[in-house]
Design a protein around this ligand. Structure first.
Ligand SMILES: NC(=O)c1ccc[n+]([C@@H]2O[C@H](COP(=O)([O-])OP(=O)(O)OC[C@H]3O[C@@H](n4cnc5c(N)ncnc54)[C@H](OP(=O)(O)O)[C@@H]3O)[C@@H](O)[C@H]2O)c1
Length: 279
């Protein structure tokens, strides 16, 4: 009987973790390595990737690090081909790479909108399709986990990523049905506020505001997300597909997500009014 988190759970498996050079992705890569997987991490910044690779391989784990911008189809194809040649056929894909910035919708330029949609929606599909066609469909085996966000009630303050993540959530359901015949499970994880390299870039005031609106009144950790991810990537979850798993201390169930201004004055909420700085 398969049991989660036993040593060697992922022995013989090759996993890709996009954005595996930092934060939640790095925690996922570490957990999969600890459980016996060979892991390939991808990102745009080679220094970040090399630091992560060195940390992981210092434990004796098998890790490939490759620069790959998930928005670029050719780079995705080249990365996946290199992983297959270096580590073998890919059976686990964790779509974790992504990024966004807080902004009121009316201050978001079309360029800013496109940047986030290309990254968080298009890039996720490019990697997923490539891995499925190259490895999972021919091998008739795969586990895909998409890291999205809590978009259950829209995403006030980040309209771009809300739309992109909702797209990935719907894609998760579609692929779960289309690829069930190939024994490919597809699930999504919706983290709430997680203390990581991603949230370190947000103003502390915004992070604190989100913490206050989380029933558990704390931030999550990348390791907590990694544990759920390992479960969904494992044989223990072999009959689980097409679902979104919240790991958010109850945030999708309770608490204002946006300070509604008085209709007369209609000021932008203080915490986000000055944040429309696109990278
Ligand atoms: N932390 C949270 O509270 C939270 C909540 C909900 C969802 N999430 C999502 O969870 C994921 C991980 O977040 P995190 O907090 O760990 O932030 P992070 O440290 O910024 O992680 C994002 C990773 O994705 C990579 N990446 C971004 N764009 C990429 C691209 N075009 N191609 C390849 N790699 C790319 C980044 O590396 P490079 O910059 O080197 O490319 C980075 O390693 C993100 O998708 C994030 O939006 C986070």
């Amino acid at each position: 009987m398969p049991s989660v988190f036993r040593p060697g759970l992922f022995a013989g498996h090759v996993a890709i973790v996009t954005g595996g050079g930092s934060g939640i992705g790095l925690a996922i890569a570490r957990t999969l390595c600890e459980l016996g997987a060979s892991v390939a991490i991808a990102g745009r910044n080679p220094d970040k990737l090399e630091t992560a690779r060195a940390k992981l391989t210092s434990h004796g784990w098998t890790v490939h690090a490759g620069t790959c911008d998930i928005r670029e189809v050719e780079q995705v194809a080249a990365f996946v081909a290199t992983v297959r040649a270096t580590l073998g056929e890919i059976s686990v894909l964790i779509n974790n790479a992504g990024g966004q910035f807080p902004t009121p919708a009316e201050a978001l330029s079309p360029k800013g909108w496109d940047a986030v949609i290309r990254n968080n929606l298009n890039g996720t599909f490019y990697v997923t399709r490539e891995v499925a066609v190259a490895s999972m469909i021919p091998k008739r085996r795969g586990r895909i986990v998409n890291i999205i966000a809590n978009v259950a009630r829209g995403f006030p303050g980040m309209v771009h990523t809300g739309a992109a993540r909702a797209g990935v959530e719907n894609m998760t359901k579609t692929l779960a049905v289309e690829w069930a015949v190939h024994d490919i499970g597809v699930n999504a994880i919706a983290p709430g506020i997680i203390r990581s390299s991603g949230t370190d870039r947000y103003p502390e005031e915004l992070v604190e505001m989100t913490r206050q609106r989380t029933p558990m009144k704390r931030l999550g950790t990348p390791e907590e997300v990694a544990e759920l991810c390992a479960y969904l990537a494992s044989e223990a979850a072999s009959f689980v597909t097409g679902e979104t798993w919240y790991i958010d201390g109850g945030a999708h169930l309770w608490g204002d997500t946006w300070i509604l201004p008085d209709r007369e004055a209609a000021p932008l909420p203080e915490a986000v009014a000055n944040l429309s700085v696109e990278p």
